[in-house]
Design a protein around this ligand. Structure first.
Ligand SMILES: Cc1cc2nc3c(=O)[nH]c(=O)nc-3n(C[C@H](O)[C@H](O)[C@H](O)COP(=O)(O)OP(=O)(O)OC[C@H]3O[C@@H](n4cnc5c(N)ncnc54)[C@H](O)[C@@H]3O)c2cc1C
Length: 431
């Protein structure tokens, strides 16, 4: 096995065709945050694993440009990364010249308020008894740290730059053909290939859900006043607008709005955009002084009623896509990865086939309920805060005030959002 270094597609193509399929216990398609976390969680274990990712992210150096896409990570996700031995590398980037740069921003406060009324709620880490409510990290930094960590595991082959083209599901194994001609066989195929998962299609696992007729505009901005290590969110009639604190003093914004408004915002010049953004945010942090590159993503709710099929399991966005208003999508996916790894390692220790349906059902039963609960909660919040109806405006403003005043309810809500409640996999518990 190659183990220590990603196998470049070009080298592999030369060895293709004539060789017999490489045999694995588990092939993971997709090395995003979730697939890469699963590969790390299976590292140093008894199972032979391959991770296939077309867009491999190389380790980043201090000073690397800040990516527009960031994630608010929960305490549970932070523990998973800590236990996988990847947290230190995403927390601080080290350069060959000895430079170091902290790339993670802890947020100790969270403030949420409604633009159409007086409702407001504030969470503080100290009140929950934790050092932070969560951490803001660029997606690319997380992915690069996890992929680099895989180099330490002899039982994991990393197929960088490869893409699966064909898949055949048999009763005893899965046969895969890569675009470069290589062939693989596995006892279990894991789809960690995102919302438009090909694995899900090959396994004929249907999805349910709907588009929100919204797009999220994201970019990094500098505000006149410091972010105060607080995650800010203002609910506007068109959708929520979040300001998330970044390690360099800037904020990463996520502005969910109608597709037409998103198009308009992307078309503005920097000064016009800064002005519209400042006004939409009620100038809570003063004027917007600097605006980075903007991008927009369509938003939808999507759930796959069956996460597992014959020799297939889905994790992360391949199984469920949630509105980003509470920053839970990647966090749910990381819990999927931790739970699936725990189930597979237990099966391997007991001498069971990791692709056996009974083993995979254990994973599905464990994660589906929690994921559905979060999907429903996010969908409900999105609808409640998006409604222009006067009775609903009243409900949400009174509701925010009531929860803010009720310490036990607020603490319970915060602990659930921080990933500290529920049936957590071992990797998400304290190290
Ligand atoms: C605007 C926005 C803000 C968000 N903010 C947050 C947040 O604050 N907190 C949070 O927890 N979540 C957040 N999310 C959700 C989060 O980004 C996703 O849940 C998360 O990225 C899903 O990770 P994943 O690894 O499952 O899928 P992806 O990130 O989609 O990764 C899938 C991987 O599969 C690879 N792939 C695709 N096809 C193939 C193939 N055929 N062969 C091999 N590989 C393939 C891709 O290259 C990719 O690397 C946000 C989402 C949006 C849109």
């Amino acid at each position: 096995m190659t183990g220590h270094r990603p196998t470049p597609a070009t080298d592999a193509a030369e060895r293709a065709a004539s060789s017999r399929p490489a045999e694995y216990d588990v092939v993971i398609v997709g090395g995003g945050m979730v697939g890469a976390a699963l590969a790390c969680a299976l590292g140093d274990g008894a199972l032979r694993v391959a991770l296939i990712e077309p867009d491999w992210v190389a380790p980043l150096a201090p000073g690397a440009a800040v990516e527009a896409r960031v994630s608010a990570l929960t305490c549970a996700s932070q523990r998973i990364f800590e236990n996988l031995g990847a947290w230190a590398a995403m927390h601080t980037l080290h350069g060959a010249d000895g430079r170091a740069e902290t790339r993670v921003c802890a947020y100790t406060g969270m403030e949420v308020w409604d633009a159409s009324g007086p409702g407001r709620i504030r969470f503080d880490a100290a009140a929950v008894g934790e050092p932070a409510l969560g951490w803001i990290v660029e997606n690319r930094v997380v992915q690069a740290a996890l992929l680099a960590r895989l180099g330490a595991f002899d039982n994991v082959d990393t197929l960088a730059g490869a893409r699966v083209e064909r898949c055949e599901l048999h009763a005893d194994a899965v046969a895969l053909a890569l675009a470069d001609g290589r062939e693989l066989r596995a006892r279990l195929l894991v789809g960690a290939d995102g919302a438009a998962s090909r694995v899900r299609q090959w396994a004929r696992l249907d999805t349910a859900g709907w588009g929100y007729d919204q797009r999220a505009v994201v970019c990094a901005v500098r505000t006149a006043q410091p972010h105060g290590h607080t995650a800010w969110q203002r609910f506007l009639p068109g959708g929520p607008l979040a300001f998330l604190p970044l390690f360099d003093g800037r904020c990463s914004i996520v502005w969910s709005t109608t597709p037409a408004a998103a198009e308009h915002l992307l078309g503005l010049d920097a000064a016009q955009f800064a002005d519209e953004l400042g006004s939409a945010f009620g100038r809570r942090l003063g004027a917007i002084e600097e605006v980075g590159a903007r991008a927009a993503f369509p938003l939808r709710l999507q759930h796959t009623p069956h996460y597992v099929g014959a020799r297939v399991a889905l994790i992360g966005d391949a199984a469920h896509v949630v509105h980003p208003l509470a920053g839970q999508g990647a966090n749910l996916g990381l819990l999927d990865a931790a739970a699936l790894a725990e189930v597979l390692l237990a099966a391997a220790a007991a001498g069971h086939d990791p692709g056996a349906f009974a083993v995979l059902r254990r994973y599905e039963r464990w994660r589906k309920g929690d994921n559905l609960l979060m999907l429903a909660a996010m969908d409900g919040l999105k609808r409640l805060f998006g409604s222009p109806l006067a009775p609903l405006r009243l409900v949400r403003n009174v509701g925010l005030g009531l929860v803010d005043a009720c310490t036990p309810a607020k603490t319970a809500l915060a602990r659930r959002a921080m990933g500290l409640a529920g049936d957590l996999p071992r990797l998400a518990r304290t190290a």
